[in-house]
Design a protein around this ligand. Structure first.
Ligand code: X2X
Length: 333
């Protein structure tokens, strides 16, 4: 009996603590969690959107942002948002592919030639096709995908010029099947590690390299633990801004529309900012000690194709997804 009393008293204190700390009279207090540093343009744009939503809803919806893996690494955040413990999250299409195979098609290696093709596809039929599948994973996506960028390889040991330099390189990739597959095809020895553990994995030399767009290298301070950056543009990557379907369905229609509209505006702002940074950060990163070179991407593409990578994935994706992708990229494989 005593034990039951203590438990319920503790629960009472705990929930009181949460309410008073938030000091919020909002009808809905929803969390948005992500893996990017607080100063990254993703979080500055999301914060502006959350402020506008709070204001325009007359305080009814309060979106609180938890950047920098504060609520757990990507593997954890994805299960939280699917169960409804977390309301909003953003993730790479290639991670979503662990649950919805078709979703990963935009993350195939070397398929998008430039940003124009990316946005046409993702704002067009390919993106719509993928978003339509999200409810079966207990997720609802906002219409516009956010940018991460074209990814490049960094190492602490050597610049990458051709596939020969990648042989057996111990490289970190995000914890997804598609990333592991691409980096096996490139001849490296990839290890799946969540971004939350990346910095220390590089620092302690569990791995020698990683791959990310320049903005992540900058805001994640990866230049402190990496020396070489080789432009490989081996894939484009973005972030779907998703809601937990369970929590989304609790919001009245007017609040759903408000979130959707402001998060799409934020996506536009974030895309412009990230693109500018990815194109301009090289000078800054050089001052911080990194050395840059352009890899022979034709040799990398040939290595991947010769390893049977496209054949493998063409078999795994539905014919519909493959046809839709090629509409925007030209023939693949
Ligand atoms: O984990 C990564 O490398 C990152 C930050 O680029 C993604 O979220 C895919």
């Amino acid at each position: 009996k005593r034990r039951a009393f203590i438990t319920s008293a503790a629960a009472g204190i705990a929930s009181f603590g949460i309410i008073s700390r938030r000091a919020s009279a909002a009808e809905f207090v929803y969390k948005f969690a992500n893996n990017q540093p607080e100063t990254h343009p993703t979080n500055t744009a999301a914060k502006k959107a959350a402020d506008r939503i709070r204001q325009e809803s007359g305080g009814r919806l309060d979106i609180q942002i938890f950047p920098n893996n504060q609520l757990g690494g990507d593997t954890d955040m994805l299960s939280q948002v699917r169960s409804g413990a977390l309301e909003f999250y953003m993730l790479s299409p290639t991670r979503l592919a662990n649950i919805i195979p078709d979703a990963g098609i935009s993350g195939l290696g070397f398929v998008f030639p430039d940003y124009d093709a990316v946005w046409k596809a993702m704002d067009g039929e390919l993106g719509a096709f993928i978003r339509a599948q999200m409810p079966k994973a207990q997720l609802v996506s906002m219409p516009k995908i956010w940018d991460n960028g074209f990814r490049h390889i960094t190492t602490s040991s050597r610049p990458i010029n051709s596939a020969a330099d990648l042989k057996n390189l111990k490289i970190r990739v995000p914890t997804t099947q598609m990333w592991i597959s691409l980096f096996k095809a490139l001849g490296t020895a990839p290890t799946g590690i969540d971004f939350a553990e990346l910095y220390s994995a590089l620092q302690t030399k569990v791995v020698d390299g990683q791959e990310n767009p320049l903005s992540i290298i900058q805001f994640g301070k990866l230049y402190e633990v990496q020396k070489y950056c080789s432009f490989t543009s081996h894939m484009w990557d973005g972030f779907w801004f998703v809601a937990s379907k369970k929590q989304w369905d609790r919001l009245p229609g007017d609040l759903q529309a408000l979130v959707s509209r402001h998060m799409d505006l934020a996506a536009d702002e974030q895309r412009a900012e990230i693109r500018g940074l990815n194109e301009s950060l090289q000078g800054d990163l050089q001052k911080r000690g990194m050395t840059f070179n352009s890899a022979d991407t034709a040799s990398l593409m040939k290595t991947v194709a010769d390893a049977g990578y496209y054949k493998e994935w063409k078999g795994k994706f539905g014919a519909d997804a493959w046809t839709l992708l090629q509409k925007y990229t030209g023939a693949v494989g």
